[in-house]
Design a protein around this ligand. Structure first.
Ligand code: URA
Length: 238
């Protein structure tokens, strides 16, 4: 990729600002000042700006511990979004949330720059399992587990069978295969036990890293990335 395009993709400078940066010799490729925006940066080259090494990977996958109170959106005029929790390079690279968690829902949110990957993971045809911990208003019982397993009927669709494991009278772990709008809340609502708190523990092969605190993120490991591409039915070379 051209050096000026790379710097702008990484959000380091606009194509016009690049000219000045390059002219001033502030950008080095493999230790040599490079003043030519059209220079084709070789794969794996070390690029620095003012001596700061740049992470030049254009494909990124992020696991975020979404806290309550932020929107799952790329941007919003008035409210904080999950993108505000990540360094600006992720916005520059158009890293996007895969599906959405409600503003008050916490837990694992995947974000990726790979649109095809994200698209496939949320496709209804793919049935990617998601596990949530729910605290509800009411006492859960075996009849609720049976209703979830049979497929809860909602006003506009019948949910696919879901697994409900009751952990205490008002908490349960629920595994769903789809991700329609407010799905889990609507399912509990349908059995008369509205959700008070909802937390996502897993998304397909990914489990929320226990080291992460709310609002923190990390990039996926190579193993997680491979498992995710497999879950999406995509070939993946690292
Ligand atoms: N189901 C919901 O109802 N809310 C979420 O945030 C996620 C799944």
């Amino acid at each position: 990729m051209r050096l000026d395009k790379l710097l702008s993709r990484l959000g380091e400078a606009s194509r016009s600002e690049c000219k000045a940066l390059l002219k001033a010799g502030r950008v080095k490729v493999n230790g040599e000042a490079c003043r030519d925006g059209a220079f084709s940066v070789p794969e794996g080259a070390r690029v620095t700006l003012d001596g700061r090494p740049l992470d030049t990977r254009l494909t990124r996958h992020v696991m975020l511990y979404k806290p309550a109170g932020v929107l799952t959106a790329r941007e919003d005029k008035n409210q904080r979004t999950v993108m505000d929790l990540l360094p600006p390079v992720y916005t520059a690279l158009e890293c996007m949330p895969v599906g959405r968690l409600d503003k008050d829902t916490t837990g694992l949110l995947l974000l990726t720059t790979d649109g095809e990957l994200g698209h496939r993971l949320i496709s209804p045809a793919r049935h990617v399992d998601k596990v949530y911990l729910a605290r509800v208003d009411g006492n859960l019982d075996g009849a609720d587990a049976e209703a979830f397993a049979a497929g809860i009927e909602l006003s506009d669709f019948t949910a696919l069978p879901a697994k409900l494991e009751i952990l205490s009278p008002d908490t349960a772990r629920v595994t769903v295969q789809e991700g329609k709008y407010h799905q889990v809340k609507r399912m509990f609502g349908a059995v008369g036990k509205p959700v008070k708190e909802l937390h996502r523990q897993t998304f397909g092969p990914l489990a929320l890293d226990e080291q992460l605190r709310p609002g923190e993120f990390r990039e996926l490991t190579d193993e997680e990335e491979a498992a995710l591409y497999a879950a999406a039915g995509l070939n993946h070379e690292q």
